[in-house]
Design a protein around this ligand. Sequence first.
Ligand code: CUA
Length: 390
Amino acid sequence: MNRSPSHVPVFLIALTGVILFALLSPAPALAHGPVSGGASNDSFNDLFRIMLWIATPIFLLVEGLLLFAIIRYRRQRHDEMPEQVHGNTALELTWTVLALAIIAVVFVLGYRVMQQERLVEAGEETQFTPDLTVHVTGYMFNWDYEYFLGEDEETGVMTTRELTIPARRDVLLEIASSDVQHSFWVPELAGKVDAIPGYVNTLLLNVKEPGRYTGQCAEYCGLNHYAMMIEVNALEPAEFDAWLTDKVAAQNEFQPVGTDLSVELPEGDLDRGRAVFSELGCVACHTTNTDQPSGPSIQRMAADAHRAAEEAGHGDWVPFLHESIVQPCVHLAEGWSQCIMPQDYGERMDAQGLADVIAYIQSYGEERGPGGGPQDQTQADDAAEVAAAS
Ligand code: CUA
């Protein structure tokens, strides 16, 4: 079959049009970078745009020539032998030199942006002092944040999962890991930064707009990787100062319950316990109804506590749950062969907080709770909400 040659240009033009349209719709391409936060995000986004504009014509040229060659030089007759070409020095020199020149330009532009990042990291040498420094520690499957004024003035304040920072101030994050590799990523604020054991990576934030920004661990770190969420709460500077003052005051009064199992616990409150369960990030590993590779479900914990109490003959669920929380690695739940639960919850909770969490877990027991246990839909919904919101 011999196609009329006049169809070929029409087809080529239409195809080029489609490709151009897809490529040049600016929204998806330009929405790529961070929009509201990392101090270096402007230079980062500028670099991305420049590279996009360099790459787009090259892509179109290469794909265009490829299509042209496919169509123009396709085999038209069965016995046809196309012209054989063996090298073209001028052409080869041109594409080598041109490619080198383009790579050199991209290298210099990229290096300049990397240098800017590095200056921020250098700290003292550049006389740069952030307003707030936060030590970010990733672990399976949460993030802890410790707050320091300026570069290293301790506040004693620590949060989990939710990072609270002031907008329009320089916030330096020093990011590390205490177990495997994780990656700190809040797409609207900045690019990914790896959290690596034994090494500190930094990220300078200066969030333009107060608000909540969500992120997620971006390095596969185990079966609950998907649940390793990040919430950044950027407050107006004055609001942040008030928040920090409150936290410091609470911290000064805070009496950790410790790991001693003989400590008497006060009466617990399940609503407060639900809040603590979320704030401390327990929800990353312990969900309702379903056991996770990272840990038993809340129902399962309640059922185990129930059984332990029966076996001990005293009917009291508290000792089992108390030990499970402050000394989690002493006895593993049946079916789990390794303990990945942090062993410092005795330092993170006071006696009241621990009692509240125990009350919350107990409310999922078969013989507790107004609706008679796990079938109680309100509680299941609550927990699902907590898990979803965290
Ligand atoms: Cu931590 Cu994925």
